[in-house]
Design a protein around this ligand. Structure first.
Ligand code: AMP
Ligand code: ZN
Length: 135
């Protein structure tokens, strides 16, 4: 399998590691959106949110909180985005599940924006029914 994060985990590609335990590593993003942009990566290859084991997912977000707190202390930063992309249309470029921690600063270059779409009440009802019944 041709996976850059598996190659990092195997030690074949260097990385800037900030955290490691039995199930995860956290590394600095090689093309950071801001100083301290960190990726939390499970050691086991799961492609995305649909595939990852629930217990591992929980641990990943627990680690995200730990690292967010550490970044807050380290950089005196109060604003952080936690992002996680699934699928090419959602911006996923590395198909090995990972959580982004993006520290935010005033007037930085990070843009996370959308404009609202309008959805009529009938459609909203269908959306609710559909999500509930497929859970
Ligand atoms: P995503 O677009 O959500 O799949 O995020 C993939 C992230 O991995 C991007 O922010 C890239 O900058 C980052 N990335 C790609 N290659 C490397 C690498 N060798 N080491 C660290 N980060 C990387
Ligand atoms: Zn992988």
């Amino acid at each position: 399998m041709n996976c850059i994060f598996c190659e990092i985990l195997n030690g074949n590609i260097p990385c800037n590691k900030v955290f490691e335990n039995d199930n995860f590593i956290a590394i600095l993003d090689a093309f950071p959106a801001n100083e301290g942009h960190t990726l939390i990566i499970p050691k086991k290859h799961f492609e995305n949110i649909f595939e990852i084991d629930g217990e591992i997912l929980k641990e990943g977000y627990f680690i995200a909180q730990k690292i967010a707190n550490s970044i807050k202390k380290s950089f005196g930063i109060e604003n952080i985005n936690i992002l996680q992309n699934n699928g090419a249309l959602a911006g996923q470029t590395v198909n090995h599940f990972h959580i982004h921690i993006v520290p935010r600063k005033e007037n930085d270059n990070v843009i996370i924006k959308s404009t609202p779409v309008s959805i009529d009440n009938e459609k909203i009802k269908n959306i609710i029914d559909s999500i509930k019944s497929n859970m």
